[in-house]
Write a protein that binds this ligand. Structure first.
Ligand SMILES: [Zn+2]
Length: 146
């Protein structure tokens, strides 16, 4: 029999059990790496390359990848596509590891059935007229669980 080592607090224990359920669903053992890019499909999240986004001016693009790069990590569009999929955009300036963590968080929100509740700005407005990026936010408990 295999002993399950779980965190000591009740809350952490619940989080760990849900994480194990997610691994189970993905067919991945506790020792294998969980690939968020493979899992995204099951969560019906479509990861879109930042470079593929149309309608961004060169100035906005430069702003998002430059001075505002620390202010956003990525996120899912709150409004689903007609086929039910949702777009996810990851900040290409953050590197693979952080992109994977950001995507895993978005997947967790889907699997845990969290509903986005309010529109929150991820970047501040700028003096040179660059738009703010708005994204749906989750409540504090849901963020912690994800
Ligand atoms: Zn989140």
């Amino acid at each position: 029999m295999r002993t399950l080592l779980l965190p000591s607090t009740e809350k952490r224990k619940q989080f760990e059990l849900r994480a194990l359920a997610l691994r189970d669903f993905a067919g991945v053992t506790r020792d294998q790496p969980l690939d968020p890019f493979a899992l995204a499909t099951f969560a019906r999240l479509l990861v879109v390359d930042f470079e593929a986004i149309e309608g961004l001016s060169e100035a906005t693009r430069a702003h998002l990848l430059g001075e505002a790069s620390d202010e956003w990590s990525g996120g899912a569009c709150s409004r689903p596509l007609p086929d039910g999929w949702r777009l996810v955009i990851l900040n290409p300036a953050h590197g693979t590891q952080r992109n994977r963590a950001t995507l895993m968080e978005e997947i967790s929100h889907v699997f845990l059935g969290h509903a986005a509740n309010r529109l929150a700005p991820v970047t501040s407005p700028t003096a040179d007229g660059n738009p703010r990026i708005l994204t749906r936010d989750y409540n504090h408990d849901d963020e912690e669980a994800a």
